[in-house]
Design a protein. Structure first.
Length: 259
């Protein structure tokens, strides 16, 4: 079975771009991020024992899709003719796709997290993300606070001011869910966030976390009910700080992307 048939069987589409969740016009960096996000969700290391074989199969297919689209020549052939070179170097059967993935995406460190937060907060990127979240969730602060990167409940007054300013300037509409939010809902959100913070600190102490190698476990413990957001957040950070790996002597893509 060829790669396109494998994609259809595993992901419901023979379109390599759709499988990676990116636009056909995506840049090399966007394709890399799309591959990282998609592969994080099916990575064999995250699968339950009885699902590991299927996860491995899907993970390998994603690796092949990325190998084609990250190679300028192979991507051009695919775009023009809708075919892939099954015998080409990018799809050679002996490749260790997990090792290939590890070469592309190094482990992030505590310093990477801190540097990302410093550069992201108060940036134009954060401002755009806040406005987009406000529009997407029609002013629901619960969902806005869950979706915007690098925020905790102490950031809420700042986030609210940004949205209020955007409403006053006419950049975004005035949603009732935001301007008429009850104090009870606000307090419930604060209590929930404070509880999560306490649980995260307790988990950190119980598990003896703190070193760079423990970073992912800590993020998971803080986001146990928000797996997708955690995956996307890690994907962004690892793509941002990942290696510029080489594959088969040909250049690969480099580097945004959720909490």
């Amino acid at each position: 079975m060829g790669l396109l048939e494998q994609c259809e069987a595993a992901f419901g589409s023979p379109d390599l771009y759709r499988v990676l969740g990116v636009r056909r016009e995506a840049s090399a960096a966007e394709i890399r991020r799309g591959y990282h996000r998609a592969s994080l969700r099916v990575h064999p290391d995250r699968a339950e024992p009885d699902a590991k074989e299927e996860a491995t199969r899907r993970f390998q297919i994603l690796g092949k899709a990325y190998a084609v689209l990250s190679d300028a020549e192979q991507r051009a052939v695919y775009d023009e003719q809708g075919i892939v070179d099954e015998e080409g170097e990018a799809l050679r059967g002996e490749r260790d796709w997990q090792e290939y993935w590890r070469l592309l995406f190094k482990k992030i460190t505590v310093k990477d997290i801190e540097d990302f937060e410093k550069s992201y907060k108060e940036s134009e990127e954060e401002l755009a993300d806040i406005k987009a979240a406000y529009m997407d969730f029609e002013g629901d602060m619960d969902k806005i606070m869950e979706s915007v990167l690098c925020v905790d409940y102490t950031d809420e007054p700042r986030i609210r001011k940004i949205i209020e300013k955007a409403i006053d300037s006419g950049e975004v509409p005035s949603y009732k869910g935001f301007v008429k939010e009850s104090k009870q809902k606000m307090m419930a959100r604060k209590r929930r966030a404070e509880k999560e913070a306490r649980e995260a600190e307790k988990s950190k102490q119980e598990q003896g976390l703190g070193g760079e190698d423990d970073l992912k476990a800590l993020i998971q413990s803080r986001n146990k009910d928000r797996k997708k957001e955690m995956d996307d957040f890690l994907a962004q950070l690892e793509a941002k700080y990942g290696n510029n790996a080489k594959k088969g002597g040909k250049k690969t893509a480099a580097k945004k992307g959720k909490k």
